[in-house]
Design a protein around this ligand. Sequence first.
Ligand code: MSP
Length: 515
Amino acid sequence: MNKNSKETVYITSPIYYVNDKPHIGHAYTTLACDVIARWKRMYGKDVYFMTGTDEYGQKMQQSAVKANMDPKKFADKLSKNFLNLCSVMNFSQDTFIRTTDKKHEKAVQHLWYEMETKGSLYKGSYKGWYSIRDEAYVDESELTKSKDGKRLAPSGSEVSWMEQPSYFFKLSAFQDKLLNYYEENPDFILPKTRRNEVISFVKSGLKDISVSRVNFNWGVAIKNDPDHVMYVWLDALTSYITACGYPSTTHEKSKYWPASIQIIGKDILRFHAVYWPAILMAANLPLPKRVFAHGWWTNEGKKISKSLGNVIDPIPLQQQYGVDQIRYYLLREMPFGQDGDFSKENLKTRINNELANDYGNLCQRLLSFIDKKFDGVIPVPESLNDEGEKIMKSLKELVTKTNNYIDTLDFYKALETIFREISFGNRYFTKSEPWKTFSQDIDKTKHTLFLCCELVRHVTYCLFPFIPTSCIKILRQLGYSSSDLSILDLDKSIAKHQKIGDIKIVFPKIISEKY
Ligand code: MSP
């Protein structure tokens, strides 16, 4: 890295199959990326955050046929749903890659060429089970049977028998190299339980994988053998480097590869922690620094599936409850990496108790008091007493803790810790009784109000990546106008004569059932 250049941070979400409507699972993965991206930007890092859509493959072709549409037009129409999800959920992606983009095709073909010339591809024929829904090859040993005797992939989707000429990637040749890489980079795959699963899968023996198909044509063509299209996963994984201008090494985005963190769901870990690093090794490209596999949501205790009709659409949900409310709930309800249940009752409880009663109420009572008794000017004590110094120290520690938790993707702990500070703020305000001390000890009142404002300011900075719009509203009420937050702002304490803005409720309570 050049001495004057900022540290780069490249964050990727998976690219989503367009034939499904965006649902809460998609929003969840990209949200986690968004939180990291926003937080790192506050630290002045050179952030690049990528998301996008996965538009080729047999599943897509079948869906286009069903819809009686040309697959490209079909993809154009559906990809917009995902771009729209990004704007509805207030994601701050820097790029949105579509696999049907010309530049992507060029990148995939070049990667193929590299793998071929470096001796990692060979032609043969494939015989085996395939799940179109998962776009995945399924080993005989992984199959289960449905009640009516159908063969199923581990995900529960049906498989069909496939026999056709195919190119193969020599995955087996990378077994030891992968195991060494996992060993030398213990944080490459997180959480640890997932890492162990991957290691035991690789140790059990890797088979070469089929990377081309001839029975349909909706995919990136293989240049020297146009009857074949590339296996959709090879094409999809390449999107992570397409976004960095691959194969160019002088592209303005080249500096971002290798990725700092790739966030995915647990179902697609094998592709990202085994196939993808092996493909990169085959092409002699650097490997991502970290892959984190999060858990899955159920809906009110039931598995989410199209056939059960219980898919959660984030768009009406955010209209009912608010975007930040949904963003908060998703990362507060279950530890990232574990499975959890989406429940409207819990969502309402968290909105009412944590956002409205704790955070919202602290802002409200504090600012209303300043408005009434100090003409809307935040009182600043001449110097801080011991208690004040102690509180300021704990606020600095809160920022460090939040940073550490976000670095380890422990969003749950980050939010828990921030809200503990908010509860402390409420208790401190109540216990200090500024309405009483106002006539007896004005210096004490000033201390209470100033420290509570500092507390609100610090927790609001920490909460910004999670609930950005609400945080900006709260900072406005505190008298700050910028929406471009830098963590360095916190080094300067609240200035004398700072006037607060208009006081408005930021987190309305959910009362009636119509919600
Ligand atoms: N197109 C591939 C990814 C290619 S990346 C090079 C794909 N797409 S997907 O649209 O099916 O799924 C994308 C993500 O959504 C996955 O990370 C998956 O884990 C996540 N989720 C799908 N359902 C989910 C839940 N019920 N809960 C949480 N996340 C879920 O796979």
